[in-house]
Ligand binder design. Structure first.
Ligand code: UDP
Ligand code: BGC
Ligand code: MN
Length: 341
């Protein structure tokens, strides 16, 4: 009798929680998020500028389990120049775009990615160069710092206007997901097959983000202080939206990606704690921080399909030296509503 009663209460509770979650999702909204058509990225006088035949662009087959050779990719992309650069010759491109990839030891993903991305960017008539920001050594990976380093090194190669920060394992499905920047921060990866094509959360800005050089500098780039997996992209998202920019996205179906499967890293123990203090460190941890930005370039290599900048970016400072005024941390409420706005 008692067992049946406990079971009954448990079922009632589960139903209540379930209905609560549905109601929550129904009223869930994000005032600093906007869905905008890729066509709006071609902004300004169109005279002489590259135009696209949108009807000929669409969803392309993605070969994520076939690892191509460099020779195959080269033969499919004969117009790509040394260093992995290409630009349209019969029209004026809208922007000069650096595709910056944080990288270490993911050669199969890289080859699969290169095969897809070169074809897509040429179909989009983008002036682009593929730049690997590669971390030397075997120390803890630091995606944010690699992006900052990749940005500084990219600007030595070309006068880029637009930066696309891109995980190496993400393959865009739709050629209409235009790799150009708008006047906000543009999150291009709206949905990926690893999470059954759902946006992870409204403030999610991981995977693939396009941002103008001007906006990137204005928000002080990425934080350099996140070592290991997690939260550096959340910090970057907060920098975008709290500086008054929107987080724009293409329509969810256009922003679909597939991820090349890989073992999942566990979250760095310091990530969430660092993120609580993001606002305090925002203006001192980033592009403007000579200590955090300390790195040395080991090698710049112009390969046939990409430019590779290998750099020693150091290792995490002892945790005792990473301090800030914790009384100014964001509240638990802010933190929770960041992930569940
Ligand atoms: N990455 C890499 N080597 C590593 C770890 C990460 O090249 O050992 C790069 C790569 O571009 C990858 C990105 O950092 O796509 C994000 O890491 P990961 O894919 O492990 O993150 P997750 O997809 O699990 O969020
Ligand atoms: C992490 C992010 C990550 C996201 C999606 C968040 O909890 O902080 O760094 O990109 O989950 O996996
Ligand atoms: Mn991944």
């Amino acid at each position: 009798m008692r067992g049946i009663r406990i079971k009954y209460v448990a079922v009632q509770l589960a139903v209540a929680v379930y209905i609560g979650l549905i109601a929550f999702a129904m009223f869930n909204s994000c005032s600093h998020c906007a869905v905008t058509s890729p066509k709006t990225l071609m902004k300004g006088p169109a005279e002489g500028k590259c135009q696209l035949d949108w009807d000929s662009l669409g969803v392309r087959e993605v070969h994520k389990s076939f690892v191509p050779t460099e020779e195959l990719i080269q033969s499919e992309n004969p117009a790509v120049k040394k260093g992995g650069a290409w630009a349209p010759t019969n029209c004026q491109p809208w922007q000069r775009v650096a595709i910056i990839i944080p990288y270490r030891d993911r050669v199969n993903s890289l080859l699969i990615f290169l095969r897809r991305i070169h074809r897509m960017l040429q179909a989009q008539k983008i002036h682009y160069r593929i730049i690997l920001a590669e971390q030397a050594g075997t120390g803890q990976f630091n995606r944010g710092k690699l992006f900052n380093m990749g940005f500084l090194e990219a600007m030595k190669l070309d006068n880029f206007d637009c930066l696309v920060f891109h995980d190496v394992d993400l393959l865009p499905e739709d050629d209409r997901n235009l790799y150009l920047c708008d006047e906000h921060g543009r999150h291009l990866e709206t949905a990926t097959d690893d999470l059954r094509y759902h946006l992870k959360y409204y403030n999610y800005a991981g995977g693939v983000v396009a941002i103008s050089v001007k906006n990137f500098k204005d928000i002080n780039g990425y934080a350099n202080g996140y070592w290991g997996w997690g939260n550096e992209d959340d910090d970057f998202s907060a920098r975008i939206t709290e500086s008054g920019l929107l987080l724009t996205r293409p329509p969810e179906l256009t922003g679909r990606y597939q991820m090349v499967p890989h073992p999942k890293n566990s979250r760095a123990s310091s990530g969430n704690s660092m993120f609580f203090g993001w606002r305090t460190r925002w203006h001192s941890d980033g592009l403007n921080d000579p200590v955090g930005m300390n790195y040395s370039v080991v090698r710049v290599e112009e390969a046939a399909l990409f430019t590779r900048v290998v750099a020693d970016i150091g290792s995490p400072p002892p945790s005792s030296s990473v301090t800030w005024d914790r009384s100014k941390d964001v509240s638990l409420w802010w933190f929770l509503s960041f992930y569940y706005p």
